[in-house]
Design a protein around this ligand. Structure first.
Ligand SMILES: [Zn+2]
Ligand SMILES: [Zn+2]
Length: 295
């Protein structure tokens, strides 16, 4: 009993410490994460006009946009981490350490040229993103939780941040642990890749209906390509699963060429994850996942 009490006290103490360090050490990074959507929201407003803009929807939020706001606040206040790690009692902090101990080859860090190191690290992360995302669509349990990301019925620049804390924080941390241990994750490169992914995430979940032309066909997942991923049309299901690069979808047969003149409606059929209370949606998606796990 004593041992268990010590374990819990230790976990809570570590967590508070981790939480405070996050705000004091990473305030520049947090500002960047807030600045990126802000710049895009203003840019999008100037490009598509007030009526269709994210700015308008976030200013006068309906149930969909209320959830976008909540997803944004949960992400950057670390509420996602508290819930995500807490629900698995911190196991997701422990397992990656063990994986690093056994598989910490740090292969990418052996490359002498920093620029090549950065490119290789980025490719490893993007490749892992693709397969983990594919798994989130393939596994019925993970899909119930990932569905929160597919719940938006309109994009609002910050819609991409809507995620289930258990799958997005804990389970994903465990899934990413092996590739990151093998590759090694140099701090500066890690932050750079994380920022780039955030810029892409914000652009992809906006009303910018850019196809990016040749670049969007052969290099980057454009906003219209990612819109296909969120489509309600059955022929678009499980397509365009990549995060930044289009290569993996093309290589592994999940690419769908978007038509910028014929864009689909987004969301999930029979969606019950747009309740105005974000916590209700988290609870609903967890309950559905739990049900899938045991039936
Ligand atoms: Zn998805
Ligand atoms: Zn998305």
């Amino acid at each position: 009993m004593e041992k268990w009490r010590d374990l819990v006290v230790n976990f809570v103490e570590k967590f508070i410490d981790h939480y405070l360090t996050y705000f004091t050490d990473s305030y520049e990074l947090i500002l960047m994460f807030i600045l990126i959507p802000l710049v895009l929201i203003v840019g999008e407003r100037l490009t598509v006009g007030w009526k269709d803009s994210s700015m308008r929807r976030l200013w006068e939020p309906d149930d969909n946009a209320k959830n976008d706001w909540a997803g944004f606040l949960f992400r950057y206040s670390m509420l996602n981490e508290i819930l995500g790690y807490g629900l698995l009692l911190g196991i997701a902090l422990y397992i990656p350490k063990e994986i690093r101990f056994y598989f910490g080859y740090n292969l990418v860090q052996q490359i002498p040229l920093p620029i090549v190191q950065a490119v290789m690290f980025f490719i490893v992360v993007d490749f892992s993103d693709y397969w983990i995302h594919r798994l989130e669509h393939k596994s019925e349990v993970l899909w119930e939780m990932h569905k929160m990301h597919h719940a938006p019925t309109r994009f609002n620049v910050i819609s991409g941040l809507r995620t289930n804390p258990l799958s997005d924080v804990s389970i994903k941390r465990i899934l990413y642990a092996l590739p990151l241990a093998i590759a090694g994750s140099p701090v500066e490169t890690y932050i750079g890749v994380y920022l780039l992914r955030n810029v892409m995430l914000s652009i992809q979940h906006s009303e910018f209906k850019w196809s990016l032309g040749w670049f969007g066909r052969y290099v980057l997942i454009s906003p219209v390509a990612h819109r296909i991923h969120h489509s309600v049309e059955e022929e678009h299901f499980n397509r365009n699963l990549g995060t930044v690069l289009v290569w993996w979808d093309k290589l592994f047969g999940t690419w769908y060429e978007p038509d910028p003149n014929n864009l689909p409606r987004i969301g999930v059929e029979g969606n019950d994850l747009n309740h105005p209370n974000y916590l209700v949606n988290i609870y609903r998606s967890m309950k559905a996942a739990w049900y899938k796990l045991f039936t």
